[in-house]
Design a protein around this ligand. Structure first.
Ligand code: URA
Length: 258
């Protein structure tokens, strides 16, 4: 039986237990091509585009989540029902630290829960943290690939504009309770803003699944609000390389899943 949103069945996954989950459906085919062998298109319904690829003889599914927590939770929920145990988000992000340049990569150890969806899985006291084993493999891969990377806490916002304190929106207004928030998170050593990690971390921890997150920095928020478009392609490719090598390494572990 095919599940409603992702339009995939257990048979179509061919035993895949690891998923790479980018936000952008337009990035799925490229990820499948770069990280694995014999990529195969599976489905495309709404924001959920999926490909199957093979790494070290094991099937890995790439499935986009769309932007934000709600659509991410649906993808993770349905993929988990089809047998996926490990979810690695590969995405883009804005740095809020001066020393983290556009073009570098951030591996999230945890996430500030500025989303709404994660609260449907666990109360606010529950942490949004990466699986340590997945994080270890992402760090190892980034080191081996000699990529400029940073590890630390990410802020996952429901919104791209107000929640990330951008003033270049339609109204130009950021609600008073969010004004000054970027500087506050910076002082608390949060590294970057993105929109899905908190949901992914909380729901995976709560359901006994493993999750990790690596993002390419495409905006330097200390310097401005805009995305640096000309470095986006190469930055995204770095994160894809990291995730591919991390999975190839992780797959060799004899005790793969908890
Ligand atoms: N994605 C985000 O959520 N924020 C940015 O600044 C860039 C990408």
């Amino acid at each position: 039986m095919k599940l409603y949103h992702i339009d995939l069945s257990e048979e179509m996954l061919e035993g895949a237990q690891i998923a790479v989950v980018p936000g952008d459906p337009g990035r799925v085919e490229r990820i499948a091509d770069i990280i694995g062998k014999s990529p195969k298109r599976l489905a495309f319904n709404r924001e959920y585009c999926s490909f199957l690829t093979s790494i070290e003889g094991k099937n890995v599914i790439i499935c986009s989540t769309g932007i934000g927590g709600s659509s991410t939770s649906i993808a993770v929920e349905e993929l988990a029902r089809l047998g996926v145990k490990v979810f690695i988000r590969v995405g883009t992000s804005g740095s809020i630290q001066e020393y983290i340049e556009a073009g570098s990569v951030v591996i999230s150890s945890g996430a500030v829960r500025l989303d709404g969806t994660s609260y449907h899985f666990a109360p606010e006291q529950y942490p949004a943290v990466s699986d340590p084993y997945i994080m270890f493999h992402l760090i190892k891969a980034a080191k081996e690939l000699d990529i400029d990377f940073h590890v630390g806490i990410t802020a996952s916002s429901s919104t791209f504009y107000q929640g990330q304190e951008r003033y270049n929106s339609y109204s130009g207004h950021v609600p008073r309770w969010l004004q000054g928030s970027r500087e506050e998170w910076r002082k608390l050593n949060v590294l970057n803003y993105e929109m899905e990690a908190a949901t992914l971390f909380v729901m995976c921890s709560a359901m006994g699944l493993q999750a990790g997150c690596v993002c390419g920095i495409i905006a330097q928020r200390v310097k401005g609000e805009d995305v640096v478009k000309d470095i986006k392609g190469e930055t995204v490719d770095k994160t894809i390389e990291v995730v591919g090598q991390a999975i190839a390494d992780f797959i060799k572990q004899p005790d793969l899943f908890k």
